[in-house]
Design a protein around this ligand. Structure first.
Ligand SMILES: Nc1nc2c(ncn2[C@@H]2O[C@H](COP(=O)(O)OP(=O)(O)OP(=O)(O)O)[C@@H](O)[C@H]2O)c(=O)[nH]1
Length: 665
């Protein structure tokens, strides 16, 4: 029987090549390609020339390749994308690295990609022209949903690995995403210009871990453009063109979308059959609703209108979808008169972290709702459910793929939609097996998922609590082994495996409670390994756990944002830490503030913020009234950014900072 591929939580990823016999691997190759070729050389050489001036000719001769650039964080995806865009004339040659595909303000400020971006490139090789569709993807684990969605529109990937850092945790995770999707993989060793670059070592790692021959690796410097042209040539020779049927009816996968204030929904589509142009009446396979196409085009990466889009192309489409919910990611679009069988779509993202979101001012509820709708259209991995709270009013409970994802989403809401929100402390999705018949009747089932700590059932109402687990991968130089072990043990981890990926670097697998790694584990790991260790994780189900609900009080008032579920063993240190951090985050006020962490009625930690009077007018000498008014106005503006709990004013971002900066216990 064909062996199942070991991208499962129970098997060690790097050992897969040792687990399978040569015969089994041959079988895998056959299953992948229908050809008897070894896995490491499973690229198919199919070359189709392209005439760019005539899209029809391109489409009829099938001369396109779709590829994504995937890599660990900071290994140079966006820089390589820049060079590819320059070589193909999409953007002018720049002196500095512009990272044009990182379009969002948040991406530029943080220097990370959070959103996959598409660009169509035209490239001449051996006298023929080709259309290459490129997708630059994020590297951080919190945005892996973007990667997996992008891969569904591709036939191949450029797997970029830093020549100095070598294979890292997300390199492994991304490789397996591409391998499972049966894509051609072109390994690219980047940053060979660095003083400490060791491409030979990295090639050997790639061979050992992924069974890809060292001779298949391309050594480049994306920063200086060295050898980048060869990457394009390899794409043409090694990535097969998409499978499509131009004579079949229109079949387009809606794989991403954005909301434009004037034009409505702009849908990014990959065409698997037929053709679409302005004036076509198309239909959504999921809703059955029909629309008139008003514009189609390609992305270069700017939107460039085109007469038609043909099967095999990736582009955008505007069809008068005014409501955000009309553009479902993963939906299939077809002609109204020629319905087709829907494409498989995407597995929905599984949120790892939940937090409540409320408008600072309830009168802003509708505006915030509309902003949320539009932003979730562009980031479909966020789940949104309506929620309400006595203290914070009407709001939502949102699910994110990680804390960075939560922060980036929050920042995008503020920057792109000018929204001002209160976020509650993030929590992972716990479960409870209920014993109370009353609760079972109320929920309609005996096992419930708790995404809001306020709904945490009392101990006497449950048979057991369950907490979510993840299988974490740590890759690091072996000199940090003992420190990493100590850190992982302090996070209640169980070690599952340890293997050497070369003579100096190790890959370890641990089973972690998700709650222990979601906030600041990665920061701890980075600092103890001087930045050399990397981390990635995947879902590993649930395990029973001894959990308690902890409340935080400010002068005796509950702070709804900070209700936390903690493991019993960790509750005391977590409570103490939150109180200390809160003490440092709350500005002194006219009266003393008592900060308490309580479990039930028992106070487990307490801190005090001393009284203080900030007299902003003290800076004014004499009777300059305009200056006095200016200072009072500035103070009033500052107060708007505060959340009032009883008579205590708390800066809005204090809550998330409090949880983010917990030191390792
Ligand atoms: N020396 C050198 N630096 C490079 C090279 N390629 C990229 N860099 C630098 O590496 C850093 C990260 O590059 P990015 O292109 O942003 O990496 P990325 O993989 O897109 O990052 P994420 O999207 O955040 O995952 C930047 O400072 C680049 O200038 C290279 O070939 N040589």
């Amino acid at each position: 029987m064909f062996p199942s591929f070991p991208h499962s939580t129970s098997k060690c990823l790097c050992l897969w090549r040792f687990k399978f016999s040569a015969h089994q691997r041959r079988m895998m190759s056959q299953k992948l390609l229908g050809a008897n070729v070894p896995v490491h050389s499973h690229f198919v050489k199919i070359v189709y020339p392209l005439n760019t001036r005539n899209q029809r000719q391109f489409a009829s001769q099938k001369k396109a390749s779709q590829m994504s650039i995937i890599a660990h964080v900071d290994h140079g995806k966006s820089t390589l994308a820049d060079r590819l865009l320059e070589i193909t004339g999409c953007i002018p040659k720049a002196d500095s690295n512009k990272q044009v595909l990182d379009k969002l303000q948040v991406e530029r400020e943080r220097g990370i990609t959070v959103k996959a971006q598409t660009a169509s490139l035209f490239y001449s090789f051996e006298g023929k022209k080709y259309l290459l569709n490129l997708i630059d993807t994020p590297g951080h684990v919190d945005f892996s949903y973007e990667v997996s969605r992008s891969l569904s529109a591709c036939q191949g990937v450029l797997l970029v690995v830093d020549a100095n850092e070598g294979i890292q945790a997300q390199t492994v995770a991304n490789f397996f995403l591409a391998f499972e999707a049966q894509l051609s993989i072109i390994p690219v060793i980047n940053k060979i210009d660095l003083k400490n670059a060791d491409p030979e070592r990295v090639e050997k790692q790639i061979e050992k871990m992924f069974d890809i021959s060292t001779s298949d690796c391309i050594r480049i410097s994306a920063k200086y453009g060295t050898n980048v042209e060869r990457v394009l040539q390899e794409v043409i020779t090694k990535i097969p063109p998409p499978k499509f049927d131009r004579s079949a009816p229109l079949k387009a996968l809606l794989f991403d979308s954005t909301f434009d204030h004037y034009r409505g929904v702009v849908a990014n589509i990959a065409l698997f059959g037929g053709m679409v142009c302005k004036g076509h009446k198309i239909m959504s396979a999921s809703s059955g609703k029909s629309y008139d196409v008003s514009e189609v085009g390609i992305l270069t990466p700017e939107e460039v209108p085109a007469d038609k889009l043909y099967a095999g192309q990736v582009g955008y489409l505007i069809a008068g979808m005014k409501e955000v919910k009309e553009a479902q990611i993963g939906d299939t679009l077809c002609l109204q008169k020629q319905p087709v069988k829907a494409l498989p779509g995407f597995k929905s993202a599984k949120p790892m972290v939940f937090a409540g979101m409320y408008p600072v001012d309830q009168s802003e509820y509708n505006n915030l709702k509309s902003a949320l709708d539009k932003l979730t259209l562009n980031d479909s991995s966020v789940t949104v459910h309506r929620d309400s709270s006595a203290a914070l009013g009407a709001g939502w409970r949102l699910g994110f793929l990680g804390l960075l994802h939560l922060e980036v989403f929050n920042q995008r809401l503020e920057q792109e939609y000018n929204a001002s929100v209160i976020m509650t402390s993030p929590t992972v999705p716990y479960k409870a097996v209920l014993s109370s018949q009353k609760l079972i009747k109320e929920y309609g089932e005996n096992e419930i998922t708790i995404v809001n700590p306020a709904d945490f059932p009392e101990k006497y109402q449950v048979l057991e609590y369950l907490e979510p687990m993840v299988l974490g991968t740590v890759i690091s130089p072996d000199e940090y082994l003992s420190k990493i072990m100590a850190l992982c043990q302090s996070r209640r981890a169980i070690q599952k495996s340890l293997v050497y990926i070369d003579d100096k670097r190790i890959m370890m697998k641990f089973l972690f409670p998700l709650n222990e790694i979601v906030v600041d584990f990665y920061d701890g790991l980075k600092s103890l390994s001087s930045g050399y260790a990397s981390f990635d994780y995947e879902d590993a189900g649930y395990q029973p756990a001894d959990l308690v609900k902890m409340d935080i009080l400010l002068n005796g008032r509950h702070v709804e944002e900070l209700v936390t579920i903690a493991h019993k063993e960790k509750a005391y240190s977590a409570g103490k830490s939150i109180c200390e951090r809160l003490r440092d985050s709350i500005p002194r006020q006219l009266f003393e503030i008592a900060i308490q962490a309580v479990i039930g009625s028992k106070v487990i930690a307490r801190e005090t913020v001393k009284a203080y009077r900030k007299n902003v007018l003290a800076k004014c000498y004499g009777g300059d009234i305009t200056r006095k008014m200016k200072l009072l106005k500035r103070q009033a503006e500052g107060k708007k950014k505060m959340r009032q709990i009883g008579n205590v004013e708390v800066p809005k971002d204090a809550f998330i900072n409090v949880l983010k900066r917990q030191p390792d216990k």
